[in-house]
Each structure stands twice: as C-alpha cells, then as structure tokens.
Design a protein around this ligand. Structure first.
Ligand code: ATP
Ligand code: MG
Length: 557
C-alpha cells in the first residue's frame, strides 16, 4: 500500500477530506453535499462499501448531507430487486440518507428538455449511423475520428427526428442523439458522445413512459447539478469524463457546478469487483445467489457473519488515495478477526465428530459445568454445558500412532477437556475396515475445572461436546472463490474458480447455539468464527464459517 494510505490511517484524513476542508475554509462551499450513485444493475460489493463510507462519512464529518441516488438510466439491466437490496445494504453498513433518496429517472423530463436545448443551440444532432459505423468512425487513441454524414443536419430536422425518437417511431439502435463537440479531440469522451438512445424497454420506475433513455454520461453530471452536489466523488476511470460533464454544464441552463474528485477503486486479491462478472457468477449458478457467503457482496459478507463495523474499519484502514493498488485479502480477514475477537461469544462445536466413551463415568448420568462466554470478558457471563459418559471430540485430535510432537489424544495420552476434566485414552474401537470409530477413555474426577490437585500437567486442551445434548448441524466452510490472487488475468475468470470453495460438514454444536440470532458470529473454540445461516430451521441448523482463526496477515507482519 502507498504511503498516502498510511497517513490516512493515522489521521483519519485523506486528500478528499482536505479538499473539502479547504473549500469550506475559503468560503467556496457553504454546505457539503455528497452522493453515492449506484446503478441498480446488481448488488453492492465491498468496493462500493469504500465509496459509501467515503461519501456518507464526509457528509457526517462536515455536517452536510449525503444523497443516495440511483443512476437508473439503463432499464435493460436494472431491477427493483437491486434497488431494494442496495438500500438494505447501505442501511446495514450503518448509513442513513434521510429524506435524500433520489433517482436519475426523476429527472427524465428535465433531461429531455435539456437535450432539446442543446439541439436548439446547434450542439446536438441525431445520427443515423449504425452502431458499427459509429464505432469505426470514432477513431482510436492515435487517430482522430471522422464526422458523421448526419452531423450537419439543421436544428429543425434534428428536433423533428428527436421528437419522433421519443414518440417511438424508430426501432432500438436506429438513431442516437449525439453531442456535437469534436471528433478529433484527444479525449475520446468528447468525440460526439451519445446523449440519448432508443430503448423500447420497461423501466422499473417510469414504466413505459419512455422509449428513449439518457446515457449515463448525460444523466450523471446533470443529476449532480440538480441536487446541488458540492463534491462529486468518484473513481479514477471517470477522470476522462470530467471535460464532458463540464462541457454539458457550460452549455445547459443549470446554475450549479459540482466539483468532481477521483480516488482509486478498491481492488483486493482473490476477489472480483465488477458487477458484470459477479452477475455472471450468479446467472451461471457458480454461487447460490448474490448473497452467497463466498461473494464479495455486502449481502454475502453479511450472511457470512462479517459485522458492519469490521467492513467500515477495513475501508477506513485501507484509506483513500489516487494511486491504484491491490489490497491483500488477508488484510480484510485481519480486520474481521479484530472486530470479532473482542466481542464474539465463545462456544463449542465439533466439525468431524469422533465418539468418546468415558468408561468410569456412570451410565445414564450427566452433570453441568460452568463455561465462560469469553476468556477476557467476565461481563459477558457464562453458560452451563453438559458433561456425561458419551462425548464427541474432533477426529483430528486423535492419532493412533502419533509423531513425537503430537500432544493430543493417542493411546495412553492424557489431555484436558475445555471447561471439564482430564481424560486418558485407554483403547480404540475400529470398524470392519479398520477405521477408528470410538475411543474408550477414563476421566479423573479430581480434575474438575481443568486442573489436577497433584499439579501434573497436560499439554493439550480439546474442545468437545456431550452426546447427550449436542445438536447436529450443517457446517458450511467457505474458502476463496478463486484459486489465484488475480482471477481472470489470463482470460476468463471462470477458469480460475476454486473447486473447493465450499465444503459442507455434518457436525455438532452446543445447545446454546439454537438460540443465537442469524448473522451474529460466535467463535467455536479452536475451530473458527461461525454464524447461523438464514437457511436454518428449528429441526436443521446451518452455520457458515465467517473466517478461520489463523491470521496469516498478522504472521506475515
Ligand atoms: P462495477 O464496475 O462493479 O459494476 P460500477 O462503478 O459500475 O461498479 P456503480 O453502481 O456505478 O458501479 O457504482 C456506484 C459508485 O461506487 C460509483 O461512484 C463508483 O465509482 C463506486 N465504486 C464502484 N466500484 C468501486 C470500487 N471497487 N472501489 C471504490 N468505489 C467503487
Ligand atoms: Mg458505473
């Protein structure tokens, strides 16, 4: 990460906040108004979280307002489901737009009038070229474009054709309205960009009122101006669009000039952040919907048990800079662990159960043990757990023929059960195929609470559950969706999918887990952070692994 980033972390400041402050100090701006302008063509992802925290954060810090504006100019790709999901996700992240909910489609009438205004000024024309012809005549970065044969139409002819476009006389793609700027401009965005295209499509909000729609570039700057946005903060790819936005504002009867500032998008290893590609994953059934916990969407992270505070913290620590960079995924995980470690309740779960029978514990008897909810937080209290003759431990905590440094269960070895007793493995029971299916152990009743009165030590403490009241549960373990840090770098990202991104285990959890709310992560001791999935029913509990316990980022530091 660039040094700019580190400065941002220390001071909570960044170059955009510095600009806002300078504008206020110099009296250029009296009220700070920002906006978050998603196109409702998919769910928000973690990159959008950066933009949300930046725009809403600036408004909060400077006592201004942040608008939530949907840039809904392309009805072919936009859906009400996405409009609803985006609002849900922004709220969940902890931000509130108050009464400032807007839609570019609210401005369609005004934008249309302004398009006619440009025509009347001789600054826009209807072009009959086919999309292919337009592409060819646009030129390249090294060659100027060529003027369209329709560029010199009269104002009257342009007005007539544009009105007939609006009236629905022409099919999709037959004509477009273009700004008349400069086909030889070094900036491709100024080579007579399209302002309106014909789209006979139903719009989620305006229904069938329109069959022509403004382009994003025509709608965006004007929407900012209409709403009195003081600082229009966007990602770097819009830097080259700024001269076009300025040209439009200069030539239209709008009396505001939002200032645009660009910052680098958030990129993260192992992660795709393009809605187009994420849409492909959903459509192709690679994942189970937009909120699949493997998705980098806000809805997916939420379902996975990532608390909103962890996302905000991550974004804040990454900082805002103009230099493009790629954040290591392990840094995101590090922030999630940081947020969960101090707050998540401790519970026990066994992922791959191995049965243990305590031979010297009376049949049919059980007892309860006190188990702290958090090792460093007495304020979080404790709960009662059951101990009995039959238990489950983790398969990987037993080895019949262990190497020297293996201190967990093996024939003759003594270990501590967390919150419980010392137990010693006496013998193993195998099935016909020779696999170990049960351990026969004894316990030392004098070691209740985990210490031996004679001072003898054990080197391992295991998590476990009592068979008497352990609840069966489906445990969904998530791994990276892609098996390389730069998915798609060599072509189609679908070729880089990790076949093991989801592993499903049938384990057990302690009874207290039945009452834990969906999405609230707990730490299954020695196993990882998990949260209850909304697929859970009273009869069948499902848990998602939010994240494992090992912190590769902290280690690398
Ligand atoms: P995508 O390429 O993922 O489809 P987009 O830019 O087309 O993203 P929009 O809905 O237009 O998606 O984005 C809304 C806002 O979020 C824009 O201001 C955009 O600049 C910002 N944004 C999108 N992706 C990122 C990112 N990775 N990092 C920071 N901001 C982002
Ligand atoms: Mg966009």
């Amino acid at each position: 990460m660039a040094s700019e980033t580190e400065t941002a972390t220390e001071t909570g400041r960044d170059f955009i906040r510095d600009i806002v402050q300078a504008d206020i100090d110099a009296g250029r701006v009296s009220e700070v108004v920002t906006r978050f302008p998603p196109e409702p063509n998919g769910y928000l992802h973690i990159g959008h979280a950066k933009s949300i925290c930046l725009n809403f954060g600036i408004a909060q810090e400077f006592g201004g307002a942040c608008h939530l504006r949907f840039d809904d100019t392309n009805p072919v790709k936009e859906e009400q489901e996405f409009i609803d999901a985006i609002q849900r996700d922004v709220r969940w992240l902890g931000f509130d737009w108050g009464e400032h909910l807007y839609f570019a489609s609210d401005y369609f009438d005004r934008l249309y009038v302004w398009a006619e205004h440009l025509i009347q000024q001789g600054l826009a024309y209807v072009d009959d070229q086919s999309p292919d012809e337009m592409r060819t005549s646009r030129g390249t970065l090294t060659e100027p474009g060529a003027n369209s044969p329709w560029r010199e139409r009269t104002v009257a002819e342009n007005l007539d054709l544009f009105r007939r476009m609006r009236a629905g006389e022409f099919p999709n793609g037959a004509r477009v309205l273009r700004a008349k700027i400069d086909m030889a401009s070094g900036n491709m965005n100024l080579r007579d960009p399209a302002l309106y295209r014909i789209l006979h499509a139903h719009h989620p909000r305006t229904g069938d009122a329109w069959c022509i729609y403004p382009t994003y570039d025509f709608a965006h700057g004007q929407s900012d101006a209409i709403e009195g946005i003081s600082h229009s903060v966007c990602t770097l790819e819009f830097e080259d669009h700024k001269p076009l936005y300025d040209w439009l504002i200069d030539n239209l009867p709008v009396n505001a000039r939002p200032r645009q500032y660009e910052f680098a998008r958030l990129n993260m290893t192992y992660t795709l952040m393009s809605k187009r590609l994420l849409t492909g994953l959903v459509r192709n059934g690679v994942v189970n919907g937009w909120d699949d916990p493997r998705m980098p969407t806000i809805a997916g992270l939420r379902r996975r048990g990532v608390p909103p505070a962890a996302l905000r913290d991550f974004v804040q620590r990454v900082g805002v800079a103009r230099a493009n960079s790629v954040v290591d995924y392990s840094f995101f995980e590090h922030c999630v662990r940081d947020a969960l470690n101090g707050t998540a309740l401790r519970r026990m779960a066994v992922q791959r159960p191995l049965k243990v029978v305590i031979e010297n514990y009376p049949e049919g008897q059980t007892e309860t043990l006190d188990a702290a909810n958090h090792p460093d937080r007495p304020d979080l209290g404790s709960r009662q757990i059951t101990f009995g003759r039959e238990l489950y431990v983790e398969q990987e905590d037993f080895m019949e023929d262990p190497p020297k440094k293996f201190f967990r269960l093996s024939p003759g070895a003594e270990v501590r059960l967390r919150y419980g007793y010392f137990i010693t493995c006496r013998s193993v029971v195998k099935d016909a195929a020779g696999a170990v299916v049960e351990l026969r152990c004894t316990y030392d009743p004098a070691t209740k609470g985990g210490n031996a009165p004679d001072g003898r030590k054990v080197k391992a403490t295991l998590h476990w559950l009592a068979a008497a009241d352990a609840i069966p549960a489906e445990l969904r373990l998530y791994n990276q969706l892609f098996n390389r840090p730069d998915p798609g770098a060599d072509g189609d990202a679908l070729n880089d999918l990790n076949p093991d991104s989801l592993e499903i285990l049938r384990g057990f959890v302690e009874p207290a887990m039945a009452a834990v709310p969906v999405e609230q992560a707990v730490q299954f001791e020695r196993v990882g952070y998990f949260c209850k999935d909304p697929d859970s029913t009273a009869a069948a509990l499902v848990f998602n692994r939010t994240i494992g316990l090992r912190d590769s980022y902290a280690k690398a530091k």
